[in-house]
Design a protein around this ligand. Sequence first.
Ligand SMILES: [Ca+2]
Length: 203
Amino acid sequence: MVRVAVVIAIAIFSALPLAAQNLLVNPGFDNVDQLDGWSCSTANGNATWSPEDRSGSATSGSMQHDVTAASDNRYLWCNQCVPVDEFETYVASMWVYWPDDPDVTQGGSPRIEVDFHANTTCDSFLHLGDIQTMGYPLYDTWNFLSTNPATAPAGAQSALLFLLTWQDLADEPVRARIDDVDFHSTTIFRDGFESGDTIAWEP
Ligand SMILES: [Ca+2]
């Protein structure tokens, strides 16, 4: 009697949650002395790489903003242009460390702004709309700041993500460090019916 071993292959699907893809280049500032992928303003201070990392990694760092505005309500920003798809929903977030310098009158805020554009290069004249959020620093500790979910409007092809350090008060230089920035879509899949077609579906 021949016994036949029947091997049944069972596909076991992982129960692990899918991690949403971070669309940003260099979100954790892992390269020493580099802010690769980011463009920064210079009008009200400067942005530099700092070895102070949010999770204490010796091989990563953060983005440091030093705002030295001579008048009220000035800010420093860094931004990055990322591709998006219309009708998908996005969330932007970052971690912020705001040292409490006793010689400074604090009056600032960390902010995030996301501008949607109708081309792939974030050209300002094709601006479609934006989402913004503003936090208040809890001094001397890392804080998480996130936007609400926002849907990219019809025609959106790119988004310009701004990381801002704002100071309300003139001649009170403030510093903030930013690390572990994230910008991702929360849309698992589109139904494609928002625009009167079935473009998101294969026939
Ligand atoms: Ca880092």
